[in-house]
Design a protein around this ligand. Structure first.
Ligand code: PEP
Ligand code: MN
Length: 258
């Protein structure tokens, strides 16, 4: 009955082999302006990066915080992709924007808050783009697996899972990064599993050790937030790396095998 039975799944995003290559996704939490996303894309490309991230529809806790540039931001992201040749990933929060997000991006991200949005998951199960399904804020392994089944129910295979931490009793870190979920979800579903240490810890200094640990645990990729000037970021600046800190992470994980 289950479509994801543990048989290993790999697939291509342009010339990247997801599930085989060691993938790094990096970029700002939010696309803030045309110049911002193009400039950071160029800098990341120069250092080395596989996929560019940038949110344009932002699931903010407060409705008074920056909500993202929407479709205008999608266009800037696409332009950054065309200039640098980098594939892009961005989040879709609502079914009404799914077609346009799918058209402009290489990978569609389903954020933590929407892991339980079954109508959205059903709609996403019908698109051709690869999809990244982030773990719900306090989702169990079973719930996360079943949400992946919602995506896979009609035969969709190009799904990436992303561990991004779960809420715990300890508020020292933003979330509790569950690295045991990496081998568990790989075994349970066969899908590529990525780790997002930025949202997973919410602490900049933990990104490097947790990136190493993610690959040591068998992750197929990491996703990290990078901003040219984290202190002035419109979202998640406190957990974003600057360019030099990103370079350190890139070198550490690409040049060594964990
Ligand atoms: C994000 O990656 O932009 C994001 C909002 O993360 P999460 O859905 O994991 O909170
Ligand atoms: Mn963020």
């Amino acid at each position: 009955m289950k479509k994801l039975n543990g048989d290993k799944i790999t697939f291509k995003v342009r010339d990247l082999e997801i599930g085989k290559d060691k993938i790094i996704i990096a970029g700002p939490c939010s696309v803030e302006s045309r110049e911002q996303i193009i400039e950071i894309a160029k800098k990341l490309k120069r250092i080395g990066v596989d996929i560019l991230r940038g949110g344009v529809f932002k699931p903010r806790t407060s409705p008074y915080d920056f909500q993202g540039l929407g479709i205008e931001g999608l266009k800037y992201l696409k332009e950054a992709s065309e200039i640098t040749g980098l594939p892009i990933i961005t989040e879709c929060m609502e079914e009404k924007y799914l077609d346009i997000v799918a058209e402009y991006s290489d990978i569609v991200q389903i954020g933590s808050r929407n892991m339980y949005n079954y109508p959205l998951l059903k709609a996403v199960s019908k698109i051709d783009n690869p999809v990244m399904l982030k773990r719900g804020i306090s989702a169990t392994i079973k719930e996360w697996t079943m949400s992946a089944e919602y995506l896979a129910q009609y035969g969709k295979k190009n799904i990436i899972l992303c561990e991004r931490g779960v809420r715990s009793s300890d508020t020292y870190t933003r979330n509790l990064l569950d690295l045991a979920a990496v081998p568990i979800m790989k075994k349970e579903t066969g899908l590529p599993v990525f780790v997002d240490p930025s949202h997973g810890t919410g602490i900049r200094e933990l990104i490097l050790p947790m990136s190493k640990a993610a690959f040591a645990a068998g992750a197929d990729g990491i996703m990290i937030e990078v901003h040219e000037n984290p202190d002035s970021a419109l979202s998640d600046g406190f957990q974003s790396l600057n360019i030099n800190q990103y370079k350190e992470v890139y070198k550490a994980v690409k040049e060594k095998s964990y």
